[in-house]
Design a protein around this ligand. Structure first.
Ligand code: GLN
Length: 546
C-alpha cells in the first residue's frame, strides 16, 4: 500500500522544502522503505526549460529527458532514486493537458472547471506511474496563501479524504524568526500560516520549524496548542553548515519517527535506522585534509541556484578526495577587453567553464579556456564549456581564425552548429530552426562510446560505453574533427553511431576534458561522479606544483 506525504511551506519562501523532502525521503529509505519524490509547481510555464536561470535557478534534466525543477536534483542526490518526467508537474502542464482533452471532446457536454477537472488532473498526476512505493513524498511549490497554489492544495485535500487519513500526512515547513528586541523566537507567523492552510481544509499533522537557534520546549508547546498538533510533532529544524547534515538532524529531532507514528507504523523499527552513510559524508565535509580552489567561469555566477548541481558535484569531488573545494565564481565578461584580469585565475588549481546559453560573455570564456590550456591548469568544460574549448582550440591550435558557433549568428567556420537531425537508439529525431524553443533541445540520457586508452576511459574505470544526460541545441561539428585532432585535441567520446562528438580532451595537457553532457546531474554525495572526483584529484596535483 502506497502512503502519501504532502509537504507545504509557509511564512516565507526559500525555507528549503526541497531539502526537507529529500532528507525525509532518505530517512524513510534508511528504514528500508521504498520512496518516490514528486513536486507540484504552481507556475504557468509548462516546464522550467524556458525560464531564465536568474528567475528559477537550474533546470534539472532527468534520464527520460524532462526539464524539471532543481528540487528534483536534491531528491536524486539524497535518495539515489532517478527522477522522471512523471515526478514534476506545473500548473501550465496540467492546464494544457486538460485543454487538449477538452478539444478532443473528452468532456463533451460539460463545463470544464477548476473543480473537478483541474483538481482531478492533479490527483491523477500524484497517484499515477507508481511501482510498489511505500511512500510518495509530494512537495507543493510556493508558499501557502499564494493564489497560484490553491488548486493544488484543494487537490491534495480531496486526495487525503479519498485515501483515508491513515494513508495521507501533511507536513508544513515554516519559519520561527528570532526577534532581538524581544529576545525571543516568535511563533505567530507559523500560527497564521497554519490557519491559512486550515482555511482551505488542511490540518497540518507535523510542523517543521526552521530556526537559527534552538526552539525552547515552551515555544514548541505554545505552537502545538495553537496549531492543534502534539508538541512532539513540532520538529525543530536548525540551520546547518552542510545540507548533508539534514537527515541526521531531522532524525534526532524525531521527524521520521513522528511521521511513521502518524501512519501508525513506527513499532520496533527504531534500532534499525543506520545513518552511518550520512554521518560519514558530514565528517568528510567538516574535517577535510586539505583544500583546492576552483574557478568557475560562467554567466549566472551571482545566483548560485543557477549552478546548483554543479556546486554539489564539486563538493562531492572534494568528498572523494578528502579536500575542501573552495569555489571562485567568476563572471566571464571580466576577461573581455582586458587581458590583465586573467591574473585572477593564476592562483586557482582548476578551471571549470559550465553550461550556458547566448553570446554574452563567450569571449571571456574562450580566454579562460586558453589560460587553462596554456598554463597547464586542470580544465573541465561542461556543455557550453566544451563548445568554448573547441572554439578556442580551433582558433589557437588549429589556426581556424574564424571559428565560432552558429548560436551567435552566422560565422565563417561553424565548429559548433545547430543540430537538426540525430539518432536516439533506433529512432531519428528531427528539429528545425523554426521549431518552438520549449522542450526542443537534445534532452536526457544518451549513450557515449569512450575511446580505449583515452583519459576519459581511465576516468570512467575503462568502461566502453557510458550514459549521461544532455540539454543543448548545438553540437560540435564533426567535419572539423581531423583538423582538431591533427592540432592536438582528441575526440575521445562519441555517440554510438559515431556522428556526435560527446567528449574532447588534450592528451598533452595534464588534465583537459570537455564534455557535451552534464555529469553534475548524476553525482551523489555517497557516490561522487568520476569526472568530478578525477578533476579535483588533478587540482590537488596542481596545488602541489603551485
Ligand atoms: N547553448 C549551448 C547549446 O544549446 C549549450 C547549452 C548548455 O550548456 N546546456 O548547445
Amino acid at each position: 500500500m502506497t502512503r502519501f506525504i504532502f509537504i507545504t511551506g509557509g511564512v516565507v519562501s526559500s525555507l528549503g522544502k526541497g531539502i526537507a523532502s529529500a532528507a525525509l525521503g532518505a530517512l524513510l529509505q534508511a528504514r528500508g522503505y521504498k520512496v518516490r519524490l514528486r513536486k507540484l509547481d504552481p507556475y504557468i510555464n509548462v516546464d522550467p526549460g524556458t525560464m531564465s536561470p536568474y528567475q528559477h535557478g537550474e533546470v534539472y534534466v532527468t534520464d527520460d529527458g524532462a526539464e524539471t525543477d532543481l528540487d528534483l536534483g536534491h531528491y536524486e542526490r539524497f535518495t539515489g532514486v532517478a527522477a522522471r518526467q512523471s515526478d514534476n508537474v506545473t500548473t501550465g502542464r496540467i492546464y494544457s493537458n486538460v485543454i487538449a482533452r477538452e478539444r478532443r471532446g473528452d468532456y463533451l457536454g460539460a463545463t470544464v472547471q477548476v473543480i473537478p477537472h483541474i483538481t482531478d488532473a492533479i490527483k491523477e498526476f500524484v497517484t499515477s506511474d507508481l511501482t510498489d512505493e511505500d511512500f510518495v513524498l509530494c512537495e507543493i511549490g510556493g508558499t501557502v496563501g499564494d493564489i497560484e497554489s490553491l488548486p493544488f492544495l484543494e487537490a491534495i485535500r480531496q486526495l487525503s479524504n479519498e485515501l483515508g487519513r491513515d494513508r495521507a500526512v501533511f507536513v508544513h515547513l515554516t519559519l520561527m524568526p528570532y526577534i532581538p528586541a524581544a529576545g525571543e523566537i516568535k511563533t505567530k507567523p507559523t500560527q497564521h500560516s497554519v490557519k491559512e492552510l486550515l482555511s482551505v481544509g488542511i490540518q497540518a499533522d507535523l510542523l517543521v520549524c526552521r530556526s537559527d537557534r534552538p526552539v525552547s520546549v515552551e515555544a514548541r508547546r505554545k505552537l502545538a496548542l495553537f496549531c492543534n498538533v502534539s508538541p512532539e510533532r513540532v520538529i525543530e529544524a536548525l540551520d546547518v553548515d552542510t545540507i548533508y547534515d539534514v537527515p541526521v538532524r531531522y532524525h534526532e529531532a524525531g521527524f521520521d519517527t513522528e511521521v511513521l507514528k502518524r501512519f501508525g507504523m513506527d513499532k520496533g523499527r527504531e534500532a534499525e535506522v543506520d545513518l552511518s552513510v550520512w554521518r560519514n559524508i558530514v565528517q568528510r565535509v567538516r574535517a577535510p585534509e586539505g583544500q583546492v580552489s576552483i574557478a568557475v567561469v560562467g554567466k549566472y555566477t551571482n545566483l548560485l541556484d543557477a549552478y546548483k548541481s554543479l556546486h554539489e558535484a564539486l563538493v562531492h569531488g572534494g568528498i572523494a578526495n578528502n579536500v575542501r573545494v573552495k569555489l571562485d565564481w567568476i563572471e566571464s565578461e571580466i576577461f573581455e577587453n582586458d587581458e590583465t584580469t586573467l591574473h585572477r585565475l593564476e592562483n586557482c588549481n582548476g578551471i571549470l567553464v559550465p553550461g550556458g546559453f547566448g553570446g554574452r560573455g563567450t569571449e571571456g570564456k574562450v580566454a579562460a579556456v586558453r589560460f587553462a590550456r596554456e598554463k597547464n591548469i586542470p580544465f573541465l568544460g561542461i556543455c557550453f564549456g566544451m563548445q568554448m574549448a573547441v572554439i578556442e582550440a580551433a582558433r589557437n591550435l588549429a589556426g581556424i581564425s574564424g571559428a565560432g558557433s552558429t548560436e551567435f549568428g552566422t560565422c565563417k567556420d561553424p565548429v559548433v552548429g545547430l543540430l537538426t537531425e540525430w539518432r536516439r537508439g533506433n529512432r531519428v529525431e528531427r528539429r528545425s530552426e523554426s521549431d518552438d524553443v520549449g522542450g526542443s533541445m537534445r534532452l536526457g540520457a544518451y549513450a557515449c562510446r569512450l575511446a580505449p586508452g583515452s583519459k576519459v576511459a581511465e576516468v570512467y574505470g575503462n568502461q566502453a560505453e557510458i550514459s549521461e544526460r544532455h540539454r543543448h541545441r548545438y553540437e560540435v561539428n564533426i567535419n572539423y574533427r581531423d583538423k582538431l585532432e591533427g592540432a592536438g585535441m582528441v575526440f575521445s567520446g562519441m555517440s554510438p553511431d559515431g556522428e556526435l562528438p560527446e567528449i574532447v580532451e588534450i592528451p598533452s595537457h595534464p588534465w583537459f576534458i570537455g564534455v557535451q553532457f552534464h555529469p553534475e546531474l548524476k553525482s551523489k554525495p555517497s557516490n561522487p561522479h568520476p569526472l568530478f572526483a578525477s578533476f579535483i584529484h588533478a587540482a590537488i596535483e596542481n596545488s602541489r606544483l603551485v
